[in-house]
Write a protein that binds this ligand. Structure first.
Ligand code: AMP
Ligand code: MG
Length: 517
């Protein structure tokens, strides 16, 4: 690693951030009061920045239950004044907005200087459990880290992140949340002109693997230590008493990431851009760009138009999470042990152990999905048998598991009808029932438990597109309806909502997602 001085000359922009101009749009409101402990860290961690005002803020969506959970004044925020505040047109007194500095590996290539190019951290609210939660405006204007970008976001990607992050939350998956989406009244220019919007995002923190890489790349060990101490205090306070707290941090992040990616795999979620700057130290799903849910089961599924090599395809996600963890581990080496060989050995242990943690979490979830309460050695093979059948018949991931719940009720027809090779499906059902007979603890309420593990409603691509297209055209009804369907993904919401449970017609399945920048 090079000394900070030589890095300063290689990446001079990292040291110039405070000299860049940002628009000051005034202040004075008291609708929201937030701390900002991150801005207590040294100046090189962030840049002070003000959001850039927009023409005509208009609330598109407001998450009242989340506002209440955060102890915010929901009535005051869900108003034209609230929309202006959440669009960045007014920064309340006492709030010190910042853009965070970070680096990151993007599609495997290291970029030493990224940072919040269009996101501005307003500060932190304390939720009902006393946890500090970041409140960030995404798309609120340029920052010193914007590079060539406009600092803005279009309505489509903003509402997409709103919808999918809230769906993930309802599925019980750790994720950043969406507090509000506000239309700006201004156009943003991508391939075409699109109406703009600002998303208010809520996170346990926005510290990323890339945040650690920012300091490691500059040989800034002091910065690394302060960042690690901050992350431990805020996200893993139980580690503060441990003797090697930095190794503890690595292990704790490994555990959360392993569980997170296992949960993604269970519901067929494909993040799409698992760059290290999109990998959160809190273990939350973050940065919903070209993400999408898989319909027909194919482990090689990739939706993102920018992922041409399929680096972030469905089946690669656990391996990529481990790769990202290795990059995180590298940054911590000087903190873990003064002796670099010893540090590498300890860190390596945690990185290697990720595979076991992931496999355990993945298989435990699949056992639950097929209705097992206990564990036998052969369960992995039983599960794999089902996955092989699903893959060879391109069966809908979500639908197959849900219909297996019908089999547990004694009705095999809906499940069998998904498969071209019915005899093979029957053979698998026989082996499954044989296994169930040795799982007495799983017998009571098995079907009901399976329904709670296997959602009926996920943000299916054609439904998301339909809702976003309508919203862009000014009609929010389909977005609101889809959001309300996804808020309760496992309960059957009746025949009038049947279409929300169905996959796209086969010819509607060829689907591409775009980065959303
Ligand atoms: P993402 O691919 O969205 O995770 O973003 C990668 C990097 O590009 C981050 O540093 C973002 O802040 C930055 N970025 C993305 N879109 C924009 C934009 N429209 N304006 C400025 N910076 C952006
Ligand atoms: Mg990102």
């Amino acid at each position: 690693m090079s000394a900070p001085t030589s890095l300063a000359s290689r990446y001079p922009e990292a040291y110039l951030i405070d000299s860049m101009e940002c628009t000051d749009i005034g202040s004075g409101q008291t609708m929201i009061s937030l701390a900002n402990t991150y801005s207590g860290l040294p100046g090189r961690f962030y840049a002070h920045v003000q959001p850039t005002a927009v023409s005509e803020p208009r609330m598109l969506a407001f998450n009242r239950p989340l506002a209440l959970e955060l102890g915010l004044d929901a009535d005051a925020l869900d108003s034209p004044e609230g929309a202006a505040l959440l669009a960045g047109n007014a920064v309340p007194e006492g709030i010190t907005p910042i853009a965070m500095a970070y680096a990151g590996h993007q599609f495997g290539g290291f970029v030493p200087q990224l940072g919040d190019g269009r996101a501005i951290l307003l500060g932190e609210a304390l939720d009902g459990d006393g946890r500090r939660r970041d409140i960030q405006l995404k798309g609120a204007g340029r920052t010193p880290y914007s590079r060539g970008g406009d600092g803005r976001a279009a309505i489509g990607p903003v509402l997409r992140e709103y919808l999918v992050s809230e769906a993930m939350h309802a599925l019980g998956i750790a994720t950043t949340r969406a507090l509000a989406a506000v239309a700006t009244g201004d156009m943003v220019y991508r391939d075409t002109a699109l109406p703009g919007a600002v998303l208010t995002r809520v996170a346990a923190s926005h510290i990323r693997v890339g945040t650690f890489q920012f300091f490691a790349a500059r040989g800034d060990e002091d910065g690394l230590r302060q960042l690690a101490d901050y992350a431990i205090d805020r996200l893993y306070p139980e580690l503060s008493e441990r003797d090697n707290r930095y190794l503890g941090l690595l292990e704790a992040v490994a555990g959360r990431q392993a569980r997170l990616v296992a949960r993604w795999m269970h519901v067929g979620f494909i993040h799409g851009v698992m760059n290290t700057d999109n990998s959160s130290i809190s273990g939350e799903t973050i940065d919903f760009g070209p993400c999408a849910f898989m319909d027909a089961y194919d482990p090689a599924t990739v939706f993102s138009s920018i992922d041409r090599g399929g680096r972030y395809q469905y089946q690669n996600q656990p391996g990529i999470a481990q790769w990202n963890l290795a990059r995180f581990a590298e940054t911590l080496l000087p903190l873990i042990d003064g002796d670099s060989e010893a540090a590498t050995e300890k860190a390596n242990g945690a990185v290697v152990d990720f595979a076991r943690r992931f496999q355990d979490a993945w298989l435990a979830g699949l056992r639950r999905k097929i209705g097992l309460a206990g564990a036998e050695d052969e369960d992995g093979a039983l599960v794999q048998g089902l996955l092989d059948l699903m893959q060879s018949d391109a069966v809908d991931w979500t639908g197959a598991f849900r219909r297996l719940g019908d089999c547990a009720r004694g009705n095999d027809t809906p499940f069998r009808s998904l498969f071209g090779d019915r005899a093979a499906a029957d053979r698998w059902l026989t082996s499954w029932r044989d296994r169930l007979s040795r799982d007495p603890d799983g017998a009571p309420d098995r079907a009901a438990r399976m329904d709670r593990e296997n959602p009926l409603y996920i943000p299916r691509n054609h439904l998301v597109e339909e809702a976003l297209a309508a919203a862009i055209a000014g009609e929010l009804g389909p977005f609101d309806t889809l959001l309300s369907v996804l808020a309760d993904p496992c309960a059957d919401q009746g025949p009038e909502r049947r279409r929300y449970a169905e996959p796209a017609p086969r010819d509607g399945r060829i689907y591409k997602t775009f980065c959303g920048t």
